[in-house]
Design a protein around this ligand. Sequence first.
Ligand code: PEP
Length: 250
Amino acid sequence: MARKFFVGGNFKMNGTKGSIKSIVKGLNEAQLDSNVEVVIAPPSLYLQLAQAELTKAGVAVSAQNVYDKPNGAYTGEISVAQLKDSDIHWTILGHSERRTLLGETDEVVASKTKVAIDGGLSVVWCCGESLEEREGGNTIAVIERQLSALAAKVSGADWAKIVIAYEPIWAIGTGKVATVEQAQDVHAAIRKWLRANVSDAVADATRILYGGSVNGKNCKDLAKEQDIDGFLVGGASLKPEFIDIINSNL
Ligand code: PEP
């Protein structure tokens, strides 16, 4: 089954009004592969600015996080309903920086994912192992643990709203990209897990992105792999080479 290539740009806590306008202008004016779905995730403060500036078809704006309560005394958090009210239809969840720096457990990430989907959002759900876990031979066990927590909360049609991003923590922002083989092996293992534990249909249809030091040079080789359906891009999404990454298959 053909899966539409997907590229996400995670700006993290970077940018100003000026720089975000300029990135969006670059996307508006670029020739982008029409077979690619693109989302950009600026800091929450700039979601509406990015949304207002964006004119390019095929590009959407995503949050970087959401809270799993509908409203109330949760200082600093943003609800799914507030995102929807602002015409934002995507969120990233479970990024390793939130898991490791902000203490989000597998269960919290899964719960947020379920609440986001129930509220009408689509989710770029992130997973990945630390260097220690990889060197200990535990990569697949860690990913399967993360997937199991997700599968305990979501079911059926929910999966159509999930894009999985495999992001080895040791490759994020380090310039140390996973080899094509390392990435493809984990992506194939994720698809196999989905086939065994969810369904053939979900395994065939779910996009699995690679994230971790993707740039304009290494993207083409990674994109050729059969289980790599796109990228989640951090640092390079702030640079003009983001366009080259979107156009990896051209
Ligand atoms: C990310 O944070 O999702 C990421 C992949 O970062 P980078 O591309 O900078 O490694």
